[in-house]
Every structure is written in C-alpha cells, then in structure tokens.
Design a protein around this ligand. Sequence first.
Ligand SMILES: N[C@@H](CCC(=O)N[C@@H](CS)C(=O)NCC(=O)O)C(=O)O
Length: 228
Amino acid sequence: MLKLYFDLMSQPSRAVFIFLKRNKIPFTEAPVALRKGEHRTDAYAAINPFQLVPVIDDSGFKLTESVAILRYLCREYSNAAKWYPTDSKAQARVDEYLEWQHINTRLSCAMFFQHKFLLPKMFGTEVNEKKVADFKKRMETVLEQFETIWLKDKPFLAGSQVTIADLLAACELEQPSMAGYDVCEGRPLLTAWFKRVKDSFQPHYDEAHHVVYHIRDRFGGKAPGAKL
Ligand SMILES: N[C@@H](CCC(=O)N[C@@H](CS)C(=O)NCC(=O)O)C(=O)O
C-alpha cells in the first residue's frame, strides 16, 4: 500500500494528494504538521533526509520530490498515465514547464507568501517590505508570462490536454491568495485556465485547499499577530 507524507499547507503536497485521489489510487495518509516541526524529528529524517514534504513510500520504495513522484505515479498506474503523455514531443512540452516552474512560479509565489504572511505570522516580526516588493515583482513577471507565453493559443500549459504541469502550477498559484494577492485579477487567460484545471480535479482540488481557502478568507493577507 502506498503511503503519502504530506502537509496541506505545502503546494507540492497538495498536488500529489489531489492526484492520488483523482486517480483513485489507494493510499494511507501520513500527515506531517510542518507548523509543529514534525518534519524535524530523527524519525522523519529516516523517511526523508531532506526533511521536506511530500514523500511517498510505495511498499518500501521511498521517493521525494513532487515532480519525480507524479511522473512515477503516471508510469506505475495505467489509469493515471494520461496526465503525463508518453509521446516524446508531448511529454517534452510537460517537462518544459516542470523545469521552468521551480525558479519561476514556485520561487516567486512561495517567497511572496512567506515574506508577506507566513514569517510575520510565525515569528511576530515586521514585514520586510523590500523583500515583499522584490518577490511581488518577480511573481508578476511570471504571471505575465503565463498570459503571454504559456497560455498563448492553448487551453493548458503543455497543449490541449490537462497534465501534471497544470496541477503543480495551480497549487503554487494558490499560495499568494493567503497573502491577499489574487493572481487571477486582471488576467483573463489565467482565470479561464485556473477554472479549467480546478474543474479537472474536483472535488479533490477543493478538499485539498480547504485550509488555504480558510486562511485566505479569514485573514485576507494580514498576518495575525504580526507587527504591520
Ligand atoms: N522540490 C520539492 C520541494 C519540497 C518542499 O520544499 N517542501 C516544503 C513545503 S512546500 C517543506 O517541506 N518545507 C519544510 C521546511 O522547509 O522546513 C518538491 O517539489 O517536492
């Protein structure tokens, strides 16, 4: 039986969680509460020496890195194969986004969220406005590239079909919402794409994002307890 170590506050964890549910791949849930430091124990280091989530344990085969995990699941489970096409050129289009996203979508959205909301919330510190402004600028460049390059003349990032690239991207693009930034505002192509991706993974998409939606709606980007 497959086991997933995850925290639903983590973007790549949500992507793997949604993927497993959407494809009806049976798995045991092993939540790891990052906010409580549950990933910093020796026991967890034995599961993932990098002490990050997500991780899968497939009958003793432990695998880290969400991109590698999703590709593995697409290879191992025939009903999940459609999300990562086997045709060489079609697959290369998915890989093109997956390579790009680490230092673009992920870095800018995650760092904007961390500096605007998470770090002030966790440590009660003042918001570092310079860092927030820098990451916001990088994030807005990325969002512009979604509109003008990735989604130009195609409904999904890698072409006409929804793939693991779209799922990973959507989960990353949710993160800034908790810091009061709606990536869809003023971006019609991104808005329509976001809806298509969510619809492809419902009801599991909303299930995995309930904590994100709760924080977004409750705090609206204002970190509770932070010196603002
Ligand atoms: N490249 C990895 C990133 C994993 C990662 O950075 N996970 C974060 C949560 S999104 C984590 O576990 N952070 C805990 C920490 O940094 O202490 C993947 O895609 O799986």
